[in-house]
Design a binder for this molecule. Structure first.
Ligand code: PMP
Length: 450
Protein backbone atom coordinates (compact mmCIF):
# COMPACT_ATOMS: atom_id res chain seq x y z
CA UNK A 1 0.00 0.00 0.00
CA UNK A 2 1.15 3.55 -0.72
CA UNK A 3 2.33 5.61 2.25
CA UNK A 4 0.08 7.97 4.21
CA UNK A 5 1.41 11.15 2.59
CA UNK A 6 0.69 9.79 -0.87
CA UNK A 7 -2.83 8.83 0.19
CA UNK A 8 -3.57 12.21 1.79
CA UNK A 9 -2.15 14.15 -1.15
CA UNK A 10 -4.19 12.18 -3.66
CA UNK A 11 -7.36 11.98 -1.59
CA UNK A 12 -10.38 12.79 -3.80
CA UNK A 13 -8.15 14.08 -6.60
CA UNK A 14 -8.65 11.24 -9.06
CA UNK A 15 -11.91 9.79 -7.87
CA UNK A 16 -15.45 11.12 -7.91
CA UNK A 17 -17.34 10.11 -4.80
CA UNK A 18 -20.95 8.94 -4.91
CA UNK A 19 -23.51 11.36 -3.46
CA UNK A 20 -20.94 14.15 -3.22
CA UNK A 21 -20.04 17.28 -5.19
CA UNK A 22 -16.88 16.48 -7.19
CA UNK A 23 -15.69 20.06 -6.76
CA UNK A 24 -16.11 20.14 -2.99
CA UNK A 25 -14.10 17.16 -1.88
CA UNK A 26 -10.58 18.55 -2.11
CA UNK A 27 -11.16 21.44 0.28
CA UNK A 28 -13.02 19.18 2.64
CA UNK A 29 -11.40 15.79 2.02
CA UNK A 30 -13.17 12.62 3.07
CA UNK A 31 -11.88 10.63 6.05
CA UNK A 32 -9.61 7.85 4.84
CA UNK A 33 -10.67 4.70 6.66
CA UNK A 34 -7.85 2.24 6.98
CA UNK A 35 -9.11 -0.44 9.33
CA UNK A 36 -12.04 -1.80 11.28
CA UNK A 37 -12.71 -4.14 14.19
CA UNK A 38 -16.03 -5.12 15.77
CA UNK A 39 -18.29 -2.11 15.17
CA UNK A 40 -15.38 0.35 15.18
CA UNK A 41 -13.47 1.96 12.33
CA UNK A 42 -10.02 3.56 12.32
CA UNK A 43 -8.90 6.40 10.08
CA UNK A 44 -5.50 7.11 8.58
CA UNK A 45 -4.48 9.19 11.63
CA UNK A 46 -5.21 6.28 13.94
CA UNK A 47 -8.41 7.84 15.29
CA UNK A 48 -10.88 5.12 16.29
CA UNK A 49 -14.65 5.67 16.33
CA UNK A 50 -17.79 3.61 16.59
CA UNK A 51 -19.37 3.32 13.19
CA UNK A 52 -22.88 4.55 13.93
CA UNK A 53 -23.69 4.20 10.23
CA UNK A 54 -22.94 0.46 10.08
CA UNK A 55 -21.03 0.88 6.79
CA UNK A 56 -24.11 1.94 4.83
CA UNK A 57 -26.69 0.06 6.90
CA UNK A 58 -25.07 -3.16 5.72
CA UNK A 59 -22.34 -4.27 8.13
CA UNK A 60 -24.86 -5.84 10.48
CA UNK A 61 -22.42 -8.38 11.95
CA UNK A 62 -19.60 -5.88 12.38
CA UNK A 63 -16.20 -5.88 10.75
CA UNK A 64 -14.70 -8.94 12.43
CA UNK A 65 -16.97 -11.69 11.19
CA UNK A 66 -14.45 -14.45 10.53
CA UNK A 67 -16.86 -17.10 9.14
CA UNK A 68 -17.81 -14.74 6.30
CA UNK A 69 -14.18 -13.83 5.60
CA UNK A 70 -13.23 -17.51 5.55
CA UNK A 71 -16.10 -18.39 3.25
CA UNK A 72 -14.97 -15.69 0.81
CA UNK A 73 -11.39 -16.85 0.92
CA UNK A 74 -12.31 -20.54 0.48
CA UNK A 75 -14.61 -19.77 -2.40
CA UNK A 76 -11.95 -17.67 -4.12
CA UNK A 77 -9.67 -20.68 -4.01
CA UNK A 78 -12.33 -23.14 -5.14
CA UNK A 79 -14.12 -21.15 -7.87
CA UNK A 80 -13.58 -17.38 -8.04
CA UNK A 81 -16.15 -16.82 -10.77
CA UNK A 82 -18.57 -18.46 -13.07
CA UNK A 83 -21.80 -17.09 -14.47
CA UNK A 84 -25.31 -18.36 -13.70
CA UNK A 85 -26.73 -17.38 -17.07
CA UNK A 86 -28.80 -20.18 -18.66
CA UNK A 87 -26.67 -23.31 -18.87
CA UNK A 88 -24.41 -23.03 -15.83
CA UNK A 89 -24.70 -22.75 -12.05
CA UNK A 90 -22.49 -23.07 -8.98
CA UNK A 91 -22.74 -24.77 -5.62
CA UNK A 92 -22.77 -21.60 -3.50
CA UNK A 93 -25.62 -20.00 -5.47
CA UNK A 94 -27.65 -23.22 -5.29
CA UNK A 95 -27.16 -23.51 -1.51
CA UNK A 96 -28.02 -19.84 -1.00
CA UNK A 97 -31.23 -20.02 -3.04
CA UNK A 98 -32.31 -23.00 -0.92
CA UNK A 99 -31.51 -21.16 2.33
CA UNK A 100 -33.22 -17.93 1.31
CA UNK A 101 -36.40 -19.76 0.38
CA UNK A 102 -36.44 -21.33 3.86
CA UNK A 103 -35.54 -18.05 5.55
CA UNK A 104 -38.29 -16.09 3.79
CA UNK A 105 -40.91 -18.84 4.03
CA UNK A 106 -43.16 -16.75 6.32
CA UNK A 107 -43.15 -14.02 3.64
CA UNK A 108 -44.15 -16.65 1.06
CA UNK A 109 -41.03 -16.29 -1.08
CA UNK A 110 -40.40 -19.06 -3.58
CA UNK A 111 -37.44 -18.07 -5.76
CA UNK A 112 -34.32 -15.92 -5.67
CA UNK A 113 -32.99 -13.88 -8.59
CA UNK A 114 -29.44 -12.85 -7.73
CA UNK A 115 -28.01 -9.39 -8.34
CA UNK A 116 -24.95 -7.29 -7.48
CA UNK A 117 -26.64 -4.92 -5.04
CA UNK A 118 -29.74 -3.03 -4.01
CA UNK A 119 -30.28 -0.93 -7.14
CA UNK A 120 -30.03 -4.11 -9.21
CA UNK A 121 -32.56 -5.87 -6.99
CA UNK A 122 -35.01 -2.97 -7.39
CA UNK A 123 -34.50 -2.89 -11.16
CA UNK A 124 -35.09 -6.64 -11.29
CA UNK A 125 -38.34 -6.38 -9.34
CA UNK A 126 -39.70 -3.60 -11.57
CA UNK A 127 -38.85 -5.52 -14.74
CA UNK A 128 -40.25 -8.80 -13.47
CA UNK A 129 -43.44 -6.99 -12.42
CA UNK A 130 -44.02 -5.78 -15.97
CA UNK A 131 -43.15 -9.15 -17.45
CA UNK A 132 -45.48 -10.95 -15.03
CA UNK A 133 -48.43 -8.92 -16.24
CA UNK A 134 -47.43 -9.28 -19.89
CA UNK A 135 -47.28 -13.06 -19.58
CA UNK A 136 -50.78 -12.99 -18.13
CA UNK A 137 -52.05 -10.87 -21.00
CA UNK A 138 -52.41 -7.67 -18.97
CA UNK A 139 -50.05 -5.81 -21.27
CA UNK A 140 -51.33 -2.38 -20.26
CA UNK A 141 -50.09 -2.79 -16.66
CA UNK A 142 -46.87 -0.84 -16.94
CA UNK A 143 -47.05 1.96 -14.35
CA UNK A 144 -45.54 2.07 -10.88
CA UNK A 145 -46.65 3.59 -7.61
CA UNK A 146 -44.28 4.47 -4.78
CA UNK A 147 -43.94 6.80 -1.80
CA UNK A 148 -42.48 10.27 -1.57
CA UNK A 149 -39.33 10.13 0.60
CA UNK A 150 -38.80 6.54 -0.52
CA UNK A 151 -35.34 5.51 -1.73
CA UNK A 152 -34.94 2.74 -4.25
CA UNK A 153 -31.41 3.05 -5.55
CA UNK A 154 -29.89 4.80 -8.51
CA UNK A 155 -30.72 2.92 -11.70
CA UNK A 156 -33.21 4.68 -13.96
CA UNK A 157 -36.06 2.46 -12.78
CA UNK A 158 -35.20 2.98 -9.13
CA UNK A 159 -34.64 6.70 -9.64
CA UNK A 160 -38.07 6.91 -11.28
CA UNK A 161 -39.81 5.48 -8.21
CA UNK A 162 -37.54 7.39 -5.81
CA UNK A 163 -39.40 9.97 -3.80
CA UNK A 164 -36.67 12.56 -3.32
CA UNK A 165 -35.84 15.20 -5.93
CA UNK A 166 -32.19 15.15 -5.02
CA UNK A 167 -31.86 11.80 -6.79
CA UNK A 168 -34.14 12.65 -9.69
CA UNK A 169 -34.04 16.17 -11.08
CA UNK A 170 -30.57 16.17 -12.65
CA UNK A 171 -31.30 12.86 -14.37
CA UNK A 172 -34.75 13.52 -15.82
CA UNK A 173 -36.59 12.49 -17.92
CA UNK A 174 -37.10 9.30 -15.98
CA UNK A 175 -39.40 6.34 -16.60
CA UNK A 176 -42.91 7.49 -17.58
CA UNK A 177 -45.91 6.38 -15.55
CA UNK A 178 -44.42 6.58 -12.05
CA UNK A 179 -46.66 8.15 -9.43
CA UNK A 180 -45.73 9.06 -5.86
CA UNK A 181 -48.05 8.91 -2.86
CA UNK A 182 -47.52 11.01 0.29
CA UNK A 183 -44.98 9.59 2.73
CA UNK A 184 -46.05 8.22 6.13
CA UNK A 185 -44.22 11.12 7.76
CA UNK A 186 -46.29 12.24 10.72
CA UNK A 187 -44.05 15.24 11.52
CA UNK A 188 -44.61 16.86 8.12
CA UNK A 189 -47.26 15.97 5.58
CA UNK A 190 -49.64 17.75 3.22
CA UNK A 191 -52.60 16.84 5.44
CA UNK A 192 -51.12 18.41 8.58
CA UNK A 193 -52.01 15.20 10.37
CA UNK A 194 -49.70 14.22 13.22
CA UNK A 195 -51.62 11.11 14.33
CA UNK A 196 -49.94 8.21 12.45
CA UNK A 197 -53.10 6.09 12.36
CA UNK A 198 -55.20 8.91 10.93
CA UNK A 199 -52.41 9.84 8.51
CA UNK A 200 -52.40 6.24 7.29
CA UNK A 201 -56.10 6.44 6.45
CA UNK A 202 -55.51 9.64 4.48
CA UNK A 203 -52.64 8.13 2.49
CA UNK A 204 -54.57 4.93 1.81
CA UNK A 205 -57.39 7.10 0.50
CA UNK A 206 -54.90 9.04 -1.65
CA UNK A 207 -53.69 5.69 -3.01
CA UNK A 208 -57.24 4.66 -3.90
CA UNK A 209 -57.80 8.01 -5.62
CA UNK A 210 -54.58 7.79 -7.62
CA UNK A 211 -55.30 4.21 -8.66
CA UNK A 212 -58.79 5.17 -9.80
CA UNK A 213 -57.37 8.21 -11.63
CA UNK A 214 -54.69 6.18 -13.44
CA UNK A 215 -56.98 3.24 -14.07
CA UNK A 216 -56.35 0.24 -11.80
CA UNK A 217 -55.50 -2.04 -14.72
CA UNK A 218 -52.64 0.24 -15.86
CA UNK A 219 -50.57 -0.20 -12.69
CA UNK A 220 -47.97 -2.96 -12.55
CA UNK A 221 -46.68 -2.60 -9.00
CA UNK A 222 -46.42 -0.55 -5.85
CA UNK A 223 -42.99 -0.42 -4.20
CA UNK A 224 -42.24 0.66 -0.63
CA UNK A 225 -39.66 0.26 2.09
CA UNK A 226 -41.31 -1.29 5.17
CA UNK A 227 -39.49 1.41 7.15
CA UNK A 228 -38.29 4.26 4.93
CA UNK A 229 -34.53 4.48 5.34
CA UNK A 230 -32.42 6.99 3.43
CA UNK A 231 -35.36 9.41 3.15
CA UNK A 232 -35.12 9.97 6.91
CA UNK A 233 -36.21 6.80 8.73
CA UNK A 234 -39.97 7.13 8.54
CA UNK A 235 -41.73 4.41 10.46
CA UNK A 236 -45.20 3.84 9.03
CA UNK A 237 -48.07 3.10 11.39
CA UNK A 238 -48.66 -0.65 11.82
CA UNK A 239 -51.80 -0.38 9.66
CA UNK A 240 -49.98 1.21 6.72
CA UNK A 241 -48.27 -1.68 4.95
CA UNK A 242 -51.17 -4.12 5.57
CA UNK A 243 -53.51 -1.42 4.26
CA UNK A 244 -51.47 -0.97 1.08
CA UNK A 245 -51.26 -4.76 0.71
CA UNK A 246 -55.03 -5.01 0.76
CA UNK A 247 -55.43 -2.21 -1.80
CA UNK A 248 -52.82 -3.77 -4.11
CA UNK A 249 -54.44 -7.21 -3.93
CA UNK A 250 -57.89 -5.80 -4.62
CA UNK A 251 -56.65 -4.05 -7.78
CA UNK A 252 -54.31 -6.78 -9.07
CA UNK A 253 -51.26 -4.60 -8.38
CA UNK A 254 -48.08 -6.37 -7.27
CA UNK A 255 -46.55 -5.25 -3.99
CA UNK A 256 -42.77 -4.96 -3.93
CA UNK A 257 -41.13 -4.62 -0.52
CA UNK A 258 -37.78 -2.87 -0.86
CA UNK A 259 -36.02 -4.63 2.01
CA UNK A 260 -32.50 -3.60 1.02
CA UNK A 261 -32.07 -2.09 4.49
CA UNK A 262 -34.76 -3.84 6.52
CA UNK A 263 -34.11 -7.52 5.76
CA UNK A 264 -31.94 -9.73 7.98
CA UNK A 265 -32.69 -8.31 11.41
CA UNK A 266 -32.31 -4.55 11.32
CA UNK A 267 -35.90 -3.85 12.37
CA UNK A 268 -35.74 -6.36 15.21
CA UNK A 269 -37.40 -8.94 12.98
CA UNK A 270 -36.12 -10.99 10.04
CA UNK A 271 -37.70 -8.63 7.56
CA UNK A 272 -39.70 -5.43 7.53
CA UNK A 273 -42.57 -7.25 5.86
CA UNK A 274 -42.64 -9.82 8.65
CA UNK A 275 -42.46 -6.99 11.15
CA UNK A 276 -45.74 -5.61 9.78
CA UNK A 277 -47.26 -9.04 9.08
CA UNK A 278 -47.35 -8.62 5.30
CA UNK A 279 -46.57 -11.02 2.45
CA UNK A 280 -45.33 -8.96 -0.51
CA UNK A 281 -45.11 -10.31 -4.06
CA UNK A 282 -41.42 -9.52 -4.34
CA UNK A 283 -38.70 -8.51 -1.88
CA UNK A 284 -35.58 -6.58 -2.87
CA UNK A 285 -32.59 -7.47 -0.71
CA UNK A 286 -28.87 -6.63 -0.73
CA UNK A 287 -26.58 -4.92 1.83
CA UNK A 288 -26.58 -7.18 4.93
CA UNK A 289 -27.05 -10.27 2.77
CA UNK A 290 -23.23 -10.36 2.68
CA UNK A 291 -22.65 -8.03 5.64
CA UNK A 292 -21.15 -5.58 3.16
CA UNK A 293 -18.13 -7.83 2.58
CA UNK A 294 -19.07 -8.53 -1.04
CA UNK A 295 -21.38 -6.69 -3.47
CA UNK A 296 -24.42 -8.93 -3.76
CA UNK A 297 -28.21 -8.89 -3.67
CA UNK A 298 -31.30 -10.96 -4.29
CA UNK A 299 -34.73 -10.15 -5.61
CA UNK A 300 -37.03 -12.67 -3.93
CA UNK A 301 -40.12 -13.72 -5.87
CA UNK A 302 -43.25 -14.97 -4.14
CA UNK A 303 -44.37 -18.56 -4.52
CA UNK A 304 -47.65 -17.19 -5.88
CA UNK A 305 -45.85 -15.63 -8.89
CA UNK A 306 -43.62 -18.52 -9.85
CA UNK A 307 -46.11 -20.61 -11.84
CA UNK A 308 -46.92 -17.72 -14.15
CA UNK A 309 -43.29 -17.59 -15.29
CA UNK A 310 -42.42 -21.25 -15.05
CA UNK A 311 -45.47 -22.52 -16.95
CA UNK A 312 -45.38 -19.76 -19.58
CA UNK A 313 -44.30 -20.13 -23.19
CA UNK A 314 -41.30 -18.20 -24.58
CA UNK A 315 -42.69 -14.99 -23.06
CA UNK A 316 -41.72 -16.38 -19.61
CA UNK A 317 -38.02 -16.35 -20.51
CA UNK A 318 -36.14 -13.77 -18.45
CA UNK A 319 -34.27 -11.31 -20.67
CA UNK A 320 -32.58 -9.71 -17.70
CA UNK A 321 -29.55 -10.54 -15.57
CA UNK A 322 -26.13 -9.40 -14.46
CA UNK A 323 -22.65 -10.74 -15.13
CA UNK A 324 -22.40 -11.10 -11.36
CA UNK A 325 -25.86 -12.64 -10.76
CA UNK A 326 -25.20 -15.58 -8.45
CA UNK A 327 -21.49 -14.76 -8.21
CA UNK A 328 -20.00 -17.75 -6.37
CA UNK A 329 -17.93 -15.63 -3.98
CA UNK A 330 -20.87 -13.36 -3.15
CA UNK A 331 -23.15 -16.36 -2.73
CA UNK A 332 -20.64 -18.10 -0.44
CA UNK A 333 -20.37 -14.91 1.61
CA UNK A 334 -24.15 -14.75 1.84
CA UNK A 335 -24.47 -18.39 2.92
CA UNK A 336 -21.95 -17.83 5.73
CA UNK A 337 -23.57 -14.56 6.64
CA UNK A 338 -27.05 -16.02 6.87
CA UNK A 339 -25.78 -18.84 9.08
CA UNK A 340 -24.03 -16.38 11.38
CA UNK A 341 -27.01 -14.02 11.40
CA UNK A 342 -29.26 -16.87 12.54
CA UNK A 343 -26.74 -18.37 14.96
CA UNK A 344 -26.38 -15.03 16.74
CA UNK A 345 -30.11 -14.31 16.36
CA UNK A 346 -29.17 -10.67 15.77
CA UNK A 347 -32.83 -9.58 15.82
CA UNK A 348 -32.83 -9.73 19.59
CA UNK A 349 -29.90 -7.38 20.07
CA UNK A 350 -31.15 -5.11 17.27
CA UNK A 351 -34.47 -4.72 19.09
CA UNK A 352 -32.93 -4.16 22.54
CA UNK A 353 -30.19 -1.77 21.42
CA UNK A 354 -32.65 -0.06 19.08
CA UNK A 355 -34.93 0.71 22.01
CA UNK A 356 -31.97 1.95 24.03
CA UNK A 357 -30.91 4.23 21.18
CA UNK A 358 -34.41 5.54 20.54
CA UNK A 359 -35.02 6.30 24.21
CA UNK A 360 -31.60 7.94 24.47
CA UNK A 361 -32.34 10.19 21.51
CA UNK A 362 -35.73 11.09 22.98
CA UNK A 363 -33.91 12.24 26.13
CA UNK A 364 -31.63 14.37 23.93
CA UNK A 365 -34.74 15.95 22.44
CA UNK A 366 -35.76 17.14 25.91
CA UNK A 367 -32.34 18.71 26.32
CA UNK A 368 -31.81 20.28 22.88
CA UNK A 369 -34.51 22.49 21.35
CA UNK A 370 -32.88 22.12 17.90
CA UNK A 371 -34.22 18.57 17.77
CA UNK A 372 -37.62 18.82 16.15
CA UNK A 373 -38.40 15.17 15.62
CA UNK A 374 -36.96 11.78 16.48
CA UNK A 375 -37.99 8.66 14.63
CA UNK A 376 -37.27 4.99 15.20
CA UNK A 377 -38.18 2.53 17.92
CA UNK A 378 -38.16 -0.50 15.59
CA UNK A 379 -34.69 -1.97 15.72
CA UNK A 380 -31.49 -0.13 14.94
CA UNK A 381 -32.81 2.66 12.73
CA UNK A 382 -33.06 6.04 14.43
CA UNK A 383 -33.32 9.54 12.96
CA UNK A 384 -32.87 12.95 14.51
CA UNK A 385 -34.33 15.90 12.60
CA UNK A 386 -33.01 19.38 13.35
CA UNK A 387 -35.13 22.52 13.24
CA UNK A 388 -34.21 26.13 13.89
CA UNK A 389 -37.59 26.69 15.55
CA UNK A 390 -39.89 24.02 16.95
CA UNK A 391 -43.01 26.12 16.44
CA UNK A 392 -42.56 26.72 12.70
CA UNK A 393 -40.61 23.45 12.21
CA UNK A 394 -38.19 25.30 9.93
CA UNK A 395 -35.47 22.82 9.04
CA UNK A 396 -31.86 23.55 9.88
CA UNK A 397 -29.51 23.89 6.91
CA UNK A 398 -27.51 20.69 6.22
CA UNK A 399 -24.29 22.32 7.46
CA UNK A 400 -25.71 22.12 11.00
CA UNK A 401 -25.80 18.33 10.77
CA UNK A 402 -22.29 18.38 9.32
CA UNK A 403 -21.07 20.38 12.35
CA UNK A 404 -22.74 17.91 14.72
CA UNK A 405 -21.14 15.02 12.86
CA UNK A 406 -17.68 16.60 12.97
CA UNK A 407 -17.70 17.00 16.73
CA UNK A 408 -19.35 13.62 17.23
CA UNK A 409 -16.55 12.07 15.20
CA UNK A 410 -13.98 13.66 17.51
CA UNK A 411 -16.00 12.24 20.41
CA UNK A 412 -15.98 8.69 19.10
CA UNK A 413 -18.88 8.19 16.68
CA UNK A 414 -19.09 8.34 12.88
CA UNK A 415 -22.57 9.66 12.01
CA UNK A 416 -24.47 9.96 8.73
CA UNK A 417 -25.94 13.32 7.80
CA UNK A 418 -28.85 13.40 5.38
CA UNK A 419 -30.21 16.90 4.81
CA UNK A 420 -31.39 18.18 8.18
CA UNK A 421 -31.32 14.67 9.63
CA UNK A 422 -28.83 12.48 11.35
CA UNK A 423 -29.38 8.81 10.69
CA UNK A 424 -28.13 6.22 13.16
CA UNK A 425 -27.85 2.62 11.95
CA UNK A 426 -24.93 0.83 13.62
CA UNK A 427 -24.14 -2.87 13.27
CA UNK A 428 -26.63 -5.17 14.98
CA UNK A 429 -23.96 -6.70 17.22
CA UNK A 430 -23.32 -3.39 18.99
CA UNK A 431 -23.09 -3.41 22.81
CA UNK A 432 -24.98 -1.33 25.35
CA UNK A 433 -21.84 0.66 26.21
CA UNK A 434 -21.17 1.37 22.53
CA UNK A 435 -24.69 2.72 22.05
CA UNK A 436 -24.07 4.99 25.04
CA UNK A 437 -20.87 6.24 23.40
CA UNK A 438 -22.85 7.12 20.25
CA UNK A 439 -25.47 8.97 22.30
CA UNK A 440 -22.81 10.90 24.21
CA UNK A 441 -21.02 11.81 20.98
CA UNK A 442 -24.28 13.04 19.43
CA UNK A 443 -24.97 15.05 22.58
CA UNK A 444 -21.50 16.65 22.40
CA UNK A 445 -21.97 17.37 18.69
CA UNK A 446 -25.31 19.12 19.17
CA UNK A 447 -24.01 21.10 22.14
CA UNK A 448 -21.04 22.33 20.09
CA UNK A 449 -23.05 23.05 16.90
CA UNK A 450 -25.92 24.77 18.70
N1 PMP B 1 -33.16 0.39 -1.83
C1 PMP B 1 -32.98 0.85 -0.60
C2 PMP B 1 -34.13 0.83 0.36
C3 PMP B 1 -31.73 1.34 -0.19
O1 PMP B 1 -31.56 1.83 1.04
C4 PMP B 1 -30.65 1.29 -1.11
C5 PMP B 1 -29.26 1.78 -0.72
N2 PMP B 1 -29.16 2.62 0.33
C6 PMP B 1 -30.90 0.80 -2.38
C7 PMP B 1 -32.15 0.34 -2.72
C8 PMP B 1 -29.78 0.75 -3.40
O2 PMP B 1 -28.85 -0.19 -3.04
P1 PMP B 1 -27.36 -0.13 -3.65
O3 PMP B 1 -26.74 1.13 -3.15
O4 PMP B 1 -26.72 -1.38 -3.10
O5 PMP B 1 -27.49 -0.18 -5.12
Amino acid sequence: MKDDNFLKENNAKHMWHPMAHPGGQQDNPPAIITGAQGVKITDIDGHETIDAVGGLWNVNLGYSCDPVKEAISNQLNQLPYYSTFAGTSNDAAIELSYMLREFFQPEGMGRAFFTSGGSDSVETSLRLARQYHKIRGETQRTKFLSLKKGYHGTHFGGASVNGNNRFRTAYEPLLPGCRHLPAPYAYRNPFNESDPAKLTQLILQAAEDEIAFQGPNTIAAFIMEPILGAGGIMVPHETFMPGMREICSRHGILMIADEVITAFGRTGDWSGSRHWGVQPDMMCTAKAITNGYYPFGACMIAESMTEVFEKAGPEGSIGHGYTYSGHPVGAAAAVACLKETQRLDVRVNAAARGTQMFEGVQRLKEKHSVIGDVRGGHGLMTAIEFVSDRESKKQMAPDFGAKVAKVAYENGAMLRVSGANILLSPGLVISEAEVDTILNAVDAGITAAG
